[in-house]
Design a binder for this molecule. Structure first.
Ligand SMILES: [Zn+2]
Ligand SMILES: [Zn+2]
Length: 346
């Protein structure tokens, strides 16, 4: 076991504070990672505040982890000391179910093991990336290509794959009109990735406040959803709408923006159930769908794609003592566009 400095929430809704945690000794197929950067995802806040149901405390959040391998177990074949690596939202799965065998570990039928706020298959609680080191089985470790710096790569491990996977699955590409709802941590990466895939990209944001950034990062069009004219003008326009917001949406209004056979895919999750008049999907044979992160192989594909296209997150680098303030700013949508913790300051 190794004692490691970390930032943890001692209880639901309590501010995060510096503490220490134990990391397990490196096992046969484990990799020890010296964490350099950890992104702050909105879901860290939902979980630390128990907005998504009962959570495990103390909680060390963080599932956007980038660092360097500092030790490998004797059975490790994919990584060496010194490799630049990342860890995303899961650190294990059953590995034998239908979904795991298809590379869809995120949808493991036995439940994937979350990077934090979970109990590992060894019965021990998992702790996330707001810490200086982490031990992870090599099969759940990603390689970060040399072309991306570790600080802007960290958010790709959750925000990047969460947008990449549905864009791929619903065939974003040349000739396709894609709308991204929300222009925050997820949305700005969705725009960059959809643009790099060759789609015509529209941002649907509450206001036009971030329009200049949107256009600079790859959006062809930018509309305010607070303006009712937007919904008239864009009626029946899109092949795919990717909603990245966790505030409740008027789903019927957004479904009306789809073409026949279009899909509205949610990757953000409101804390409360939503309601929908089903005529919104019956007319036009529309799909209302959801998508969660991506499998390990697809996450690697996403990192390679981002490196090839020069895509990293737009970040505000902070020290660990600024985490609580950053949480407040994320909740008021006051971040351009992802906070990343320099873990050397923990
Ligand atoms: Zn996340
Ligand atoms: Zn499984």
């Amino acid at each position: 076991m190794t004692t490691v400095a970390a930032y943890a929430a001692p209880a639901a809704k309590a501010p995060l504070e510096r503490t220490t945690i134990e990391r397990r000794a490196v096992r046969e197929s484990d990799v020890l990672i010296d964490i350099e950067f950890a992104g702050i995802c909105h879901s860290d806040i939902h979980q630390a505040q128990e907005g998504w149901g009962k959570a495990i405390f103390p909680m060390v959040p963080g599932h956007e982890i980038a660092g360097v391998v500092s030790e490998v177990g004797p059975g490790v074949t994919k990584f060496q000391v010194g490799d630049r690596v990342g860890v995303g939202c899961m650190v294990d799965s059953c590995r034998v179910c239908e979904n795991c065998l298809k590379g869809l570990e995120q949808y493991c039928l036995d439940g994937n093991t979350g990077t934090y706020n979970a109990v590992g298959r060894d019965g021990e609680p998992t702790y996330g990336g707001y810490s200086q080191k982490v031990v992870v089985d090599e099969n759940f470790v990603l390689r970060i290509p040399d072309g991306i710096s570790l600080d802007v790569a960290a958010p790709l491990l959750c925000a990047g794959i969460t947008t990449y996977s549905p864009l791929r699955h619903w065939n974003a590409g040349p000739g396709k009109k894609v709308a991204v709802v929300g222009f925050g941590g997820l949305g700005h990466l969705g725009v960059k990735i959809a643009h790099a895939m060759g789609a015509e990209v529209t941002v649907l944001s509450q206001s036009l406040r971030k329009q200049d950034d949107g256009k600079k990062l790859g959006a062809d069009h930018y509309y305010a959803t607070s303006d009712p004219k937007t919904f008239e003008e864009l009626r029946g326009s899109f092949d795919l709408i990717l909603s990245t917001v966790s505030a409740p949406l008027d789903l019927g209004a957004f479904l009306s923006l789809l073409r026949t056979d279009g899909a509205l895919v949610n990757v953000g999750a409101p804390e409360e159930p939503v309601s929908l008049n089903l005529f919104s999907v019956i007319g036009g044979r529309k799909t209302l769908a959801g998508s969660g992160i991506g499998g390990i192989q697809e996450t690697q594909e996403m990192l390679d794609f981002c490196a090839e296209h020069g895509i990293g997150a737009e970040i505000e680098l902070i020290s660990a003592s600024e985490i609580n303030e950053a949480y407040e700013r994320v909740q008021s949508s006051d971040v351009r566009y992802r906070f990343v913790i320099d873990t050397a300051t923990i």
